[in-house]
Design a protein around this ligand. Sequence first.
Ligand SMILES: [Zn+2]
Length: 284
Amino acid sequence: MIKQKHQDGVPILTYHSVQVDGNNYATNDHIGLAEDLEVISFSGWTVISLDQLVAAFIQQCMDALPHPCVAITFDDGSWFDWYDLPHPSFGPQRSFHNILLDFVAVNPQYKNAQGLATSFVIVSPQARVSLDQNCLIGKGWWSDEWWVQAQSEGLLNIQNHSWDHKHHRIEQALRFGNDYGSFENIKDFAECHWQIDQGQAYLDALLGSGSARYFAYPYGHCPDILAERYLPTHQQQTGVVAAFTTEPEPVTQASNRWRLPRYVFRRDWSSLSGLQGLLDSLQS
Ligand SMILES: [Zn+2]
């Protein structure tokens, strides 16, 4: 008799739509996402939403999730998440959203899926203008006019990736304090408030009260002041119920709610066999 495999934790896989450095799997997060979804599905894994995962984690009933299962998140939230765009060096790119729609078209079990992936967005409009000019090509490809449509359509869940990412390319006048280029050095609760609560308020105003529930630490940097002090004690105020790092581990019932781990494409796997190996390693 074949023994049913046991799943040791749920992996969250993370992609960045601005990461286009070529047009093959290892150099392009769009191609990576599309091919990974095929492997995930072909291998018999189910894609669950972050809502499903977090609810099961908090209620301590992760055993009741469909097994084996995986969750998918995107970071930074540029137009490459939503619109097909002509990359200035590498040509037309299928958006993450359209890649999800392509996937649903051949996997009808996901036809009514809500939050098939979660986009963690940099919330500050001024910060995104700065990033669009300094990191992209200044065409307005980091504006947020797609967030409402994404959220109401339901396939992509929009969540908080901080107010300005403490990104080193943000112009000086917009910054809160120093130490940009790292999210490790959050000094005090005033800075926690600046990075977390402003984003929560903006998202809730745009997408509906109570929409913003998850926070993903920029750069995966997870300072103790946020994970140990601010987030656990300000849940009512912020509305954040769980936070995500980029520790390369699966989420288990023993994970820390304010440091839920995620795997990152290209850092933690960069081939289809690498993904298959990762998934296999979580089953025993
Ligand atoms: Zn980021």
